[in-house]
Design a protein around this ligand. Sequence first.
Ligand code: ZN
Length: 459
Amino acid sequence: MAIVRKLALGALLASGAMLAMPASAKTVVLSHFTLIDGTGRAPVRDAALIIENKRITWVGPAVRLKAPKGAKIRNLAGKFVMPGLIDSHVHLGLVDGITQDLKYYTRENVERQLRLYAAYGVTSVQVLGTDKDEIHDIVRDIRADPAGRARVWTAGRGVVFKGSYGGVPGLDAQVATPAEAKAMVDREAAKGADFIKLWVDDEFGSLPDRMPPAISTAVIDEAHKLSKKAIAHVFYLDNARELTREGIDGFAHEVRDAPMDTQLLSDMKAKGVWQIAATLSREASFTYDLLPFVDDPFFSRGVTPAVIDQLKDPTRRKRLASGPNFPKYPGVLNLAMANFAREAKAGIPYGMGTDSGPTARFPGYFAHWELELMVKAGVTPLQALTAATGRNAQLMHATNVGTLQAGKAADLLVLDKDPTRDIRNTRTIDMVFVAGERVPTIWQTCTGRPADACGAAGR
Ligand SMILES: [Zn+2]
């Protein structure tokens, strides 16, 4: 009976009757898929959901589906449906290809990157402190209608202590005193920052200072006074300890100089400090040989042939390998992975974030690689997927996304293969929906550039 009804509706739609029913044109029904809903619960077979006016209005077993009249029904038997991925740590508009320059921070370039994220199934991103003020207009626009772009949460400009590590050249308004720090937090919040970012690092001791506690305390307290969360870039164990004491809300990277101890883990847990991003792909990108990537169409479709040539260029590779910190990175990556595993085991809430956006840290692709590295570090594929969806939404206070439940935005992925069996199956993207609209996947497009700019063929 259900099949007969579906066929009849299909015939109706095919005959062009949809044109006569504009009110239902945006109603889409997906059915007979395996549901991974982003809450962390186990996948549910033979599920269905209804999308009306950009939102999910019903999710449940396919046998209980009552499809609205005139809905476009897609039978997704054998497929897997999950929430769009959320990358909780990115930077936008910093590069053209792999050339980094703040002059590339234009609305056009930012929006091209947001479409690229969406093509990779990353339907929301959180930008950590390197946005120009233009971002707030873009965010307002996207909140009204994403129109194929990934949604954005932003810290505006993050707080950098004078002479220490952080920010990007040309954008920094570095602070030297607690009063300046507070004023900057006020300014960014007034402009529309969703949260506040600060950096506490000295780049392997190569810079004279790290942000002192008097400043980080001022930043955190002022953020909290304005009901904003404060998220810190950290590297060192002692800074993580101090920031936890000061009331930080989350860390944007793992501690990477030493193993985290049980005291810090229990303090973080007691004070509700989140590991918002492990950025394992960031650390791995400083150690890896890029060459295996260039032959992977899932990667190369996201970049131009010129980028592939640059990545293969022996001169560039030699220059990177002779950098003063290059020999340190394998150890840094190992510590990051081990500390992430310790946190997961200790019950510290964690999200998924890549720190993609700076040169050679590729939007979208890195999110899939990050998931793979998280699983390699010791969590299950389902835990990694939950971090990248429901958990990330929770920590970002992104209440309209992250899970597939009635009332949430219809941001979702249709996959050919089960990502809870093999995390690399997140790459088998069949469809991406943002706000109920299908957007071109990375298998169907090349970053919005002309088709002949594709670095490689499809699947
Ligand atoms: Zn970052």
